[in-house]
Design a protein around this ligand. Structure first.
Ligand code: PEP
Ligand code: MN
Length: 342
């Protein structure tokens, strides 16, 4: 349920409404807009007496939200959420006019490998470097990531090239580490329904990049985001990374139709990962073009200086020089949509 306050309602009235909601045993989530404050109410709101709330001074109206998710819904917040990521060289925004480019290898393998990839990416204007230090692999015998030494290498890159770091946490302990080192905490597809991890991410003081589960519906993805939001963190970036279908010509089926669907149901930004979405490097450029054309707020691309020798996901990695070309192409598409690339 959402309580919409009257435009210009004084702070004391907002406070009184928040207190009343909490006294009834519900959680109140205020969003202070430039003109109006809206308050989300979570809990079993079926027993809330709308009439009573509407009589409180300063309340304009109360709306029952039909969808199971509240805080991430468009009904709760009409304006797009712009996630702001402070990085050493300034700030990156995701969800505004500029389309964010996130790039890097699947995993940090060695310090040399990381630098060989980060340097040309920084030169190409990528502001967010993404690589795994903790890898959720299908086989326990596959490379699992360098763990803390991998995070330390990314800290070096961050300082040297001024890029923000995006990296995945796979459980509570690794989330503690990732929160310390990274600028954005990634929750991977396999953990999209790990509700205790989502709640922990919701208590983190960093933006969360939430990937869609391998067979998750849009509502399930938004409910996962709701878990993060319900703990107080609304700095959430959704990510389409392909889903499992009967199609056998690519690793996954990149569901680009989900981008406008997210835009109509939620205020959160959504980016597209065509690397895991296709699993094949020759499909990354065409699907990146399509993702930008369909309205994605960013792209996340796997890049490796020696894809054929990558320790994981080499088949879907493109070269740094190919990333430069991709960025130039999608910038032209972005222009048609009155957007830019950052
Ligand atoms: C990744 O981003 O490297 C990754 C493991 O992706 P996903 O969680 O989408 O499989
Ligand atoms: Mn990968």
């Amino acid at each position: 349920m959402i309580v919409v306050m009257q435009a210009g309602a004084p702070e004391q009235q907002v406070k009184d409404v928040l207190e009343r909601i909490e006294a009834l045993g519900f959680e109140a989530h205020p969003i202070y807009g430039a003109f109006k404050t809206v308050i989300g109410i979570t809990g079993d709101t079926a027993r809330v007496d709308i009439g009573m709330l509407e009589t409180l001074p300063g309340v304009a109206e109360c709306i029952r939200v039909g969808r199971p998710y509240k805080l991430v819904s468009r009904e709760f917040k009409n304006e797009n959420t712009v996630v702001r990521i402070p990085i050493p060289s300034g700030e990156v925004t995701i969800g505004g006019e500029a389309i964010a480019m996130i790039a890097g290898p699947c995993a940090i393998e060695t310090r040399e490998q990381a630098f060989a990839i980060a340097e040309p990416l920084a030169k190409a204007g990528a502001h967010l470097f993404r690589a795994g230090a903790y890898k959720p692999r299908t086989s326990p015998y596959s490379f699992q990531g360098l763990a803390v030494p991998g995070l330390e290498i990314m800290t070096e890159l961050r300082e040297k090239f001024g890029m923000g770091i995006v990296t995945e946490a796979v459980d509570h302990e690794t989330l503690d580490q990732v929160e310390r080192y990274a600028d954005v905490i990634q929750i991977g597809a396999r953990n999209m329904q790990n509700y205790s991890l989502l709640k922990r991410a919701g208590r983190a003081h960093k933006p969360v990049l939430l990937k869609r589960g391998l067979s998750a519906t849009l509502d399930e993805l938004l409910m996962a985001a709701e878990y993060v939001a319900s703990e107080g963190n609304l700095q959430i970036i959704l990510c389409e990374r392909g889903v499992r279908t009967f199609s056998d010509h690519s690793r996954n089926t990149l569901d680009l139709a989900v981008v406008p669907a997210v835009k109509s149901r939620s205020h959160l930004p959504i980016i597209v990962d065509p690397s895991h979405g296709t699993g094949q490097r020759n499909k990354v450029l065409p699907l990146s073009r399509a993702a930008v054309a369909v309205g994605a707020d960013g792209l996340m691309i796997e890049v490796h200086h020696e894809p054929d020798h990558a320790w994981s996901d080499g088949a879907q990695c493109i070269l740094p020089s190919e990333f430069v070309m991709l960025r130039e192409e999608v910038a032209q598409i972005a222009r048609v949509l009155h957007r830019s690339i950052n």
